[in-house]
Design a protein around this ligand. Structure first.
Ligand code: KG4
Ligand code: ZN
Length: 342
């Protein structure tokens, strides 16, 4: 099962609304990846309710961890370390995973490795792209973050662009709510867009002055809301599929152009996508087309590894572990943890 030189990591993720645990071998091989999704619960309220998320994590986490160990056919004694997301995220939700990881680390005498959630998303790319190595440029597009990152080396990140307001996923969720699709909106907009015309309505593509890699999505979101209100006031029927497809195209255009600009400017001809929005089919296609045109190698995780999961935390924890990162039992949840911060 385990070669002597193998490093087995139990990884735990509870930063938002997924309770997840995984066992990962040598950073790239997923032996198990268990996720309890709370989405159905939060859908009732139209978004994640932090208090409910924390309570549900407490209820499910032991079961999810046991399941991850069982499916990987390993016990605590086989492990080399415990990796856990300690930020950014919802503080109460993060605390559940961190407390659990500390308890296991103490009880089983295992090194504890705290992981940045975004580092996890980026590292999801290592799992299915066995040859991927830094340096590369990574576009991280999730519900909470939109970052352009230069991955200099394992565990070495330079954030060169970020959103000034809404994250890309947040904009998807808000627009979905406005057209009555419910939560979480991203996958629903993705699906509905397939029936719409992406050129039906022109929504703005925002540029941030003097910051070529920064993003702003509040303008496109407001433009969609204004369009909806305008239609309602004029008594016109809403063409939801056209709105969804046109909004999606506006967001994808900006994501593609910024990412390609970074690849060219930094002279690092390798691009990766990460985060929940990286599972968007239009974004994947647009990025693929652009990268093929420019002959830039592109990779992205399969959809299940784009949205929150613990396998990606196991991949990140492995490289942190190999770099010598160890946390003490005083590790705390850091809701606004910055990438690269220790
Ligand atoms: O990475 P993630 O699971 O959680 C965070 O770290 O935030 O991302 C969740 C976000 C949500 O906003 C969700 O609507 C969006 O990713 N998302 C998508 C798609 N699947 C998930 N957005 C657009 N298209 C999708 N197919
Ligand atoms: Zn995430």
């Amino acid at each position: 099962m385990k070669e002597k030189k193998d490093i087995l990591i139990l990884a735990i993720e509870s930063s938002c609304d997924e309770t997840a645990a995984a066992v990962v071998r040598n950073g790239r091989e997923v032996l198990s990846n268990v996720i309890f999704s709370q989405i159905a619960l939060h859908t009732l309220y139209g978004g994640v309710v932090p208090e409910i998320a924390s309570r549900k994590h407490i209820e499910k986490i032991n079961y999810v961890i046991q399941e991850a160990l069982d499916r990987a056919n390993v016990g605590l004694k086989d492990l080399d370390a415990v990796g856990v997301t300690y930020g950014p995220g919802l503080v109460g939700a993060l605390l559940v995973g961190v407390a659990e990881a500390k308890a296991i680390s103490y009880a089983a005498n295992l090194p504890l490795v705290g992981v940045h959630h975004i580092e996890g998303h980026i590292s999801a790319n290592y799992i299915e792209n066995k040859d991927l190595e830094p340096p590369f440029i990574c576009l991280v597009v999730s519900g909470g973050h939109t970052h352009l990152v230069v991955v200099r080396d394992y565990g070495k990140y330079e954030v060169i662009g970020r959103t000034r307001d809404d994250a890309a996923g947040e904009a998807f969720d808000k627009v979905a709510r406005a057209i009555g699709l419910g939560y979480p909106g991203g996958p629903k907009i993705d699906k509905l867009s397939k029936e719409g015309n992406p050129d039906a309505i022109h929504f703005p593509r925002a540029k941030v002055e003097d910051a070529p890699y920064d993003f702003s999505f509040s303008g496109v979101k407001s433009a969609v809301l204004n369009h909806i209100n305008g239609c309602r006031m004029k008594g016109e029927t809403l063409r939801e599929a056209d709105i969804a497809a046109s909004f999606q195209k506006a967001v994808c255009d900006v994501l593609v152009s910024h990412a390609l600009q970074a690849v060219k400017d930094y002279g690092i001809p390798k691009l990766a996508l990460a985060g929940g929005v990286a599972s968007n089919s239009a974004l994947r296609q647009a990025m693929k087309d652009a990268c093929e045109r420019e002959r830039i190698p592109l990779c992205y995780p399969s959809p299940a590894l784009c949205t929150d999961n613990a396998a990606m935390i196991g991949a990140a924890a492995y490289y942190e572990y190999m770099n010598g990162t160890r946390h003490g039992l005083d590790l705390n949840a850091v809701p606004n943890l910055q990438l690269g911060e220790r």
